[in-house]
Design a protein around this ligand. Structure first.
Ligand code: CA
Length: 660
């Protein structure tokens, strides 16, 4: 209301704003669930309030690399651009918990650090003191290793490597007790301790769950003895793997491991859906009476790499990036992870963001200079000195920060608006509406036909809404692509004067199939035959939502068995090697036997296909069809048991090249 007010006539605006003030006062007096219900705060990002979040909810960050970064000269600023202790900035943004990793001895015999912050007990004490001084609790994350422990690596510390299992267990107990006591002696406010980090596939060099459980218990016992009010957490990964957390929690229960919090890593681009996360955590919470949380999460705000050392996301393949790669997208991603944990209910206690401050020690074009700092201060993920302990990984790939584009600070140490998501989830936040992201598009066209690009493209606003906006394409690049003919091109366009959008333009050769998309009313070139005594059960259906392109597709359904073929004979083709494809969607296809085929010169080609749900299009292709006599018969054979349905569309036969 206030934002729109600026555009309204002054008199009207005054009425509106006075109403606004009154209504605000009225709202502030209301209480809902023990919290003030007020309007969202005005901000530079949108954050939808999470109504059910409790005041105690843990909003944590892991800033373990911070001291090494500061040693490398990295500076951090507050929102006003003034240099400020990052711990104060974090606290001001609503962060109430700091997580710190502890490695037993991340140094070689000469005292060179392995990197990744060189996080030994002394570093944890210093970080803990600064967190406590700024009113934040500490989560101590013991890896019980001399370097990174994760699902792939759970190497015992050098000093324990040759110990018997019993001695190792005793050493873990003693180390936990003494380290924790040393931290408490410094006045550090420790709220939680992790016995191990991402111990999904092993722990302290052991992979047998009976032994792993004994080691968990040894750590837990030490924590309980030092301070029974400290929460004991265990930490696992891959919630997306069906049954994994169920099995782990059951094993821990059977082995009588005493712990309070079942913690999960959740990186949105790797670890499945939020609904699944909530569901698997809730299952553990409900079945075993445990608290649950996300111990690590992060999201990308830019595709850029800040320091010359490649980042973990985004990657070309194998990742799901469902949010815009923008500051707003990052804030929304974090907000949604928080909501997913809140949705567990009372047992969902918190979320930790992983390394929001691991920013570059220098620009990406100064690799040599950066490498010197990483080696000297341990401010990159690993130094060359780590090779003796971790030869396969650090030994090859040592270097800088792999998450500088997932930080909540920009490359120069200024807080991003997304850092405030931690406080905005309580109140909600509204920002002036603007386009946040433009969706790139993929377009296929036929060479020789009129090729134009759409006048409008899909945009995503900062409040998450989708819309369309006019785009100005690079006309010269498009003309050049058209004159070059068959091939793949990227044409850039500009939206609202500054946002760049890409059209991935595929110019295909001429399609030799007549009426390939069933759009023209004369379909006499297509021949449909029903087999094994079935009645006709196809139709040229006019329904755009079932068509791959246009309005029509060849639809099939039968309450009895489906068994038909559709084909077309094409003549007058230039000799050459051809490629055939079609699109197919549908479902309920038991005993499915479906294939695309071509026959020419006495030779038959075929490729099997299947249906996988509504508009989940299969795209079977046959390459290298040798046409010598100018004639080819192409088609599809579709067979499935009663009740199968679906549609076929967009057959294409392209001449790929001359006969060799
Ligand atoms: Ca990087």
């Amino acid at each position: 209301m206030r934002r729109k007010g600026a555009f309204i006539l002054l008199a009207f605006f005054m009425i509106l704003s006075s109403f606004n003030i009154n209504s605000k006062t009225g709202f502030a007096a209301n209480q809902e669930g023990g919290r003030n219900v007020s309007e969202p705060v005005e901000a530079d990002i949108f954050v939808k309030r999470i109504d059910a979040i409790s005041e105690e909810f843990i909003k944590g960050v892991d800033v373990s690399s911070i001291l090494a970064l500061e040693d490398s000269g990295v500076k951090f600023y507050n929102e006003s651009g003034k240099k400020q202790d990052i711990f104060q900035t974090l606290s001001e943004a609503g962060v109430n918990y700091v997580r710190v990793r502890v490695w037993n001895d991340p140094y070689d015999a000469e005292g060179n650090g392995y990197g990744g912050g060189n996080n030994d007990l002394q570093k944890a004490i210093e970080i803990g003191k600064r967190a406590t001084a700024n009113g934040m609790k500490l989560l101590v994350d013991f890896h019980y290793s001399d370097f990174w422990a994760d699902p792939a690596k759970q190497q015992a510390p050098k000093a324990w490597a040759n110990s018997s299992f019993e001695d190792k267990k005793q050493a873990l107990y003693t180390y936990t007790r003494e380290s924790l006591q040393a931290m408490l002696n410094e006045g550090i406010d420790i709220g939680m301790v992790q016995v191990g980090n991402e111990t999904t596939g092993g722990f302290v060099g052991e992979t047998d769950w009976a032994k792993m459980s004994e080691l968990f218990s040894a750590g837990s016992k030490a924590i309980r003895e030092v301070d029974p009010t400290i929460l004991v957490a265990l930490h696992f990964t891959n919630p997306e793997k069906a049954g994994r957390y169920e099995t782990i929690a059951e094993t821990l229960h059977k082995n009588q491991v005493d712990y309070d919090v079942f913690a999960s890593s959740y990186y949105p681009f790797w670890h499945g859906t939020l609904e699944n996360l909530t569901s698997v955590l809730k299952n553990v919470a409900d079945t075993y009476g445990k608290k649950v949380m996300v111990a690590e999460t992060s999201y990308t705000y830019t595709e850029e790499d800040g320091d010359g050392h490649g980042n973990t996301a985004p990657k070309e393949t194998g990742q799901t990036l469902n949010y815009p790669i923008t500051v707003q997208g990052q804030a929304t991603a974090v907000r949604d992870v928080i909501e997913a944990v809140v949705n567990v209910g009372e047992a969902g206690i918190g979320v930790f963001y992983w390394e929001p401050a691991w920013i570059p020690v220098g620009p990406s074009n100064k690799m040599k200079q950066n490498m010197k700092k990483w080696e000297k201060d341990g401010s990159g993920w690993a130094t060359s000195f780590a090779a003796e302990y971790d030869p396969e990984d650090a030994g090859h790939w040592y270097g800088g920060s792999a998450v500088d584009n997932q930080a909540l600070f920009d490359f120069n140490g200024n807080p991003l608006p997304s850092l405030n998501v931690f406080k905005y989830v309580d109140t909600g936040a509204d920002a002036p509406l603007k386009i946040d992201d433009v969706k790139d598009l993929s377009i296929s066209r036929i060479a020789g036909e009129d090729i134009t690009l759409p006048k409008n493209v899909t945009v995503i606003y900062n409040n998450g809404a989708e819309g369309t906006a006019a785009v100005t394409w690079d006309h010269d690049a498009l003309q050049q692509a058209i004159s070059s003919g068959v091939g793949s091109y990227v044409i850039e366009g500009v939206v609202e004067g500054s946002m760049v959008v890409k059209a991935n333009l595929q110019i295909n050769p001429k399609n030799d199939v007549a009426n390939p998309s069933f759009e023209a009313s004369d379909r006499s070139m297509w021949e449909i035959t029903y087999k094994n005594g079935t009645y006709p059960h196809t139709s040229y259906q006019q329904k755009a939502s079932d068509a791959k392109s246009g309005n029509y597709s060849l639809h099939f359904y039968s309450a009895d068995a489906v068994d038909f073929q559709v084909e077309q004979t094409i003549t007058g083709l230039e000799p050459g090697s051809y490629k055939l494809s079609m699109f197919l969607q549908g479902g309920d296809a038991g005993n499915s036997d479906m294939y695309l085929y071509a026959s020419t010169g006495g030779k038959k080609y075929r490729v099997d296909t299947s249906v996988n749900g509504w508009v989940n299009w299969s795209h079977p292709e046959i390459g290298e069809i040798l046409v010598l006599d100018g004639t080819v018969t192409i088609g599809a054979s579709i067979k499935a048991s009663a009740g199968a349905w679906g549609s076929l569309d967009d057959f294409a036969l392209y001449r790929v090249r001359d006969v060799e």
